[in-house]
Ligand binder design. Structure first.
Ligand code: ZN
Length: 317
């Protein structure tokens, strides 16, 4: 797909500076003049004008920071991300909304009032490609460190190394690498219609493309066929890869694929889906414009929205 990398989080050609990751002394020098992205419980710091919020190494915000992760260089500036999840907002501000999307924001007393910690999904489509890549990378890798503090081989506490791109176990010597979970998401068509489904926890009326984790030993194509068969009972024939999207919620890589349904009979697995249906191109235009009486589209910025928009525009080649 020619436009594949224009998807949100599609990449900005960031220089990740991997050659410096093993040079702790250089990284410490870089850190002194770096731009640093604080991330609080998975939420990056964002300014009101939809640019990322940066702090310097002397900022009071970093009082609660864990070890910094080196993200690379942007406009020659070294860039790091720091997890400040141990910071507790003032009473009342901490209430993080439960549900599909956390719309609460947290403001740190040491920062300008136009800076706040916000849910990345609520701003992802408004960020520049560079800021989106930095935010997705920082969020994903800091979450990995938070949830992988112990060695999976022997159980001992592990230490961050390589500028944050590995963890090493001092007890048994095993190196651990950041985890990415592959997911297929598929634009399954039957003639003029696309297959949509909805999960019961989604906002009312929202439908999207079917998706599922790829299992060990499985190809992209096999995962597409298995997931669609399991969830909607629809057999799929030819499958082709279209585009990918890093999806740091918490650590997925979405593989967008197109699949041709061999039959249009739907049998829903109610454990997986609340509803599934075929939607014509004409109806889908109304869905995407917010004019459909029953169906609401996937969120802008999500690869589902991107694939459907390109299908409607006949730009999947
Ligand atoms: Zn170990």
């Amino acid at each position: 797909m020619r436009h594949a990398e224009t998807v949100t989080f599609g990449g900005s050609g960031l220089d990740r500076g991997a050659a410096f990751r093993g040079d702790q002394a250089r990284l410490e020098v870089f850190f002194q003049t770096a731009r640093i992205l604080p991330v609080w419980r998975g939420k990056p710091l964002v300014q009101d004008d939809m640019r990322l919020g940066w702090v310097s190494s002397s900022s009071a915000v970093l009082a609660h920071a864990g070890p910094a992760v080196f993200l690379g260089f942007d406009a020659e500036d070294p860039i790091f991300a720091c997890d400040i999840s141990d910071w507790s907002p003032e009473a009342g501000a901490e209430a993080v909304e439960q549900g599909f999307l956390d719309t609460s924001v947290q403001r740190h007393p040491a920062l300008e009032p136009e800076m706040a910690f916000v849910e990345l999904r609520s701003v992802m489509a408004a960020l520049s490609p560079r800021d989106a890549e930095l935010a997705a990378t920082g969020k994903a890798i800091l979450q990995w460190h938070r949830s992988h503090g112990f060695c999976s081989a022997c159980g001992a506490a592990t230490m961050m190394t390589e500028g944050g791109w590995q963890r090493r176990c001092p007890a048994c010597g095993t190196s651990h690498f950041p985890r990415t979970d592959p997911v297929v998401i598929m634009l399954v068509t039957h003639g003029n219609r696309v297959l949509l489904g909805r999960n019961s926890v989604w906002p009312e009326g929202m439908f999207s493309l079917l998706a599922g984790f790829i299992e060990p030993g499985e190809t992209l194509e096999a995962a597409v066929r298995r997931e669609v068969q399991e969830e909607a009972g629809v057999p799929v024939g030819a499958v082709r890869y279209l585009a990918s999207q890093p999806w740091p919620f918490p650590a997925s890589l979405m593989f967008g694929c197109a699949g041709e349904a061999l039959d249009d009979q739907i049998t829903i697995d109610r454990n997986e889906l609340e509803d599934a249906c075929w939607v014509t191109r004409e109806e889908m235009v109304a869905v995407m414009a917010g004019r459909h009486p029953r169906i609401r589209p996937a969120r802008r910025g999500a690869i589902a929205h991107f694939l459907i928009a390109n299908w409607l525009a006949d730009r999947l080649d």
